[in-house]
Design a binder for this molecule. Structure first.
Ligand SMILES: [Zn+2]
Length: 462
């Protein structure tokens, strides 16, 4: 950028990307004094590990995802926890970064809704038609509630269907799983399927939450959901360190001969760090949507999520920074999350879209106006999801776009800002919203029953 253009750009620019500083010596010394080393789980000051392990943070994670994903929802092999050897998940080139698969659960009124639901999720016509036809043949066309679970790998507005399970209220239905050869293999689910709860416990390695969870035996399509359950309580980039303990419990269906069938369903997650411990239970209150609740029946949902992206690391914090090239102090008005291009960006709270377009140095920018009057800004996006336009309503956690490096940016990252009363505030320290209201009456009683059922099952697994 020419010097002559700077005053204009600075005025236009909501953000400042520290990687455009041109020299990282002042930046590093500043960061080291205050922050977590974003290049790995390893705490700052740890110098013994080879550069390789730092660089590995995202690259093998992503290529690992690609490989595991290709196998679909199959049993994951355990690998030794010792981090000494080479990465057990084969690492390859980072040319084709993939994002972790995600799970979507939909309740439909009739089997005829399956194909439209697949198309709306971004699945191509041929796969959607094939999957819907086979599900319909298995469960019949009669109306009635259908539970549809989709494991998807999303790339922009398109999605690859990795697995699908369509079941009626009695549990009868069909599971489809994409095999290595690309075909969807079918598995009928009978109504008398028994469900057992499986629990796995693991420890954070020095790589990423993804590799840690895969090591522990968490099915890859559940890992995003696992991390998202904690999106109000932990910032995975700063709060979680190697050695921290997590647990997941999920329901798995078994046929009469004891073979696991269908996709597992996450029921319980817990995470213990040096600072705090949280255990959350999945519960669907009568007439409401399923969500995560603590042991006392209090919903985790708050006004804003702490981290509006999956699996990102913080590459720059909010605060005053000295610009080594221009030699003046400038406020970094938000938090930078570095992640590969294509990583989903989520609306951090329920909101109305107030801006979604290219805007100078900001690149592709989305501005959301939240129901409490706060604004959130999402900069440098590679794309906007269809329908994200001024006036559109978005829900908390809804994908609004993908990480990119548009505008003044030297590498893929999300610059995220929160404005309260017109002033930018540190997204990492704002109160993420008032206390949520706990369940009461019959809903609380139903929750307690479900919580105790999950806890009994977890105890049996041990
Ligand atoms: Zn920034």
């Amino acid at each position: 950028m020419a010097q002559g253009g700077l005053p204009m750009d600075r005025k236009d620019e909501t953000s400042f990307d520290p990687r455009t500083w041109g020299g990282d010596v002042p930046a590093r010394s500043h960061q080291d004094a205050t922050s977590f080393d974003p290049r790995g789980w390893a705490p700052k000051g740890e110098t013994a590990s080879p550069p390789r392990s730092r660089r590995r943070l995202l690259v093998p994670l992503l290529s690992g995802v690609a490989i595991v994903t290709a196998l679909g929802v199959v049993a994951l092999t355990m690998r030794p926890a010792a981090p000494a050897g080479p990465a057990p998940i084969a690492s390859g080139s980072a040319d084709a970064p993939a994002v972790p698969p995600s799970r979507r659960t939909l309740m439909l009124d009739a089997p005829s809704g399956i194909e439209p639901a697949l198309l709306a999720a971004g699945v191509d016509r041929e796969s959607a038609g094939d999957a819907a036809r086979r599900a319909l043949a298995a469960i019949g066309p009669a109306r009635g509630e259908i539970r549809l679970e989709l494991d998807l790998r999303e790339q922009g507005a398109r999605a690859t269907l990795l697995a699908m399970q369509a079941t009626r209220a009695d549990g009868a239905g069909l599971a489809l799983t994409r095999r290595v050869d690309g075909r969807l293999a079918a598995q009928p689910l009978s109504a008398n399927l028994s469900t057992r709860v499986r629990a796995v416990r693991g420890e954070m390695d020095d790589d990423s939450f993804y590799t840690s969870a895969v090591t522990a035996g968490v099915t890859d399509s559940l890992i995003s959901e696992f991390a998202n359950a904690f999106s109000f309580d932990f910032n995975f980039a700063t709060d979680v360190k190697p050695g921290d303990i997590f647990e997941a419990a999920f329901a798995q269906g078994y046929n009469p001969s004891g073979e696991p069938v269908g996709v597992p369903r996450l029921l319980y997650v817990s995470l213990s760090t040096a600072a705090k411990s949280r255990a959350l239970y999945r519960f669907q209150p009568p007439g409401g949507e399923a969500g995560w609740y603590d042991g006392n029946g209090r919903s985790t949902v708050r006004a804003l999520m702490m981290t509006p992206v999956d699996g990102a690391r913080i590459s720059s914090k909010f605060g005053p920074r000295f610009h080594p090239v221009l030699h003046f102090m400038k406020l970094h008005r938000g938090t930078d999350f570095a992640a590969p291009t294509g990583t989903p960006i989520f609306a951090s709270g329920d909101a109305t879209v107030s801006f979604a377009a290219m805007k100078g140095a900001n690149g592709n920018l989305t501005i959301l106006r939240h129901d409490n009057g706060w604004l959130t800004y999402y900069l440098h996006q590679s794309m906007f999801m269809p329908g994200i336009a001024p006036g559109a309503r978005v829900r908390q956690g809804q994908k609004i776009g993908e990480i990119g490096t548009t505008g003044r940016s030297t590498g893929p990252h999300l610059h995220y800002e929160v404005h309260i009363d017109g002033q930018p505030v540190d997204p990492m320290t704002i109160p993420t919203g008032g206390t949520s209201k706990p369940l009461t009456g019959g809903a609380l009683a139903a929750f307690a029953q479900e919580r105790d059922r999950i806890d009994r099952a977890r105890a049996e697994v041990d």
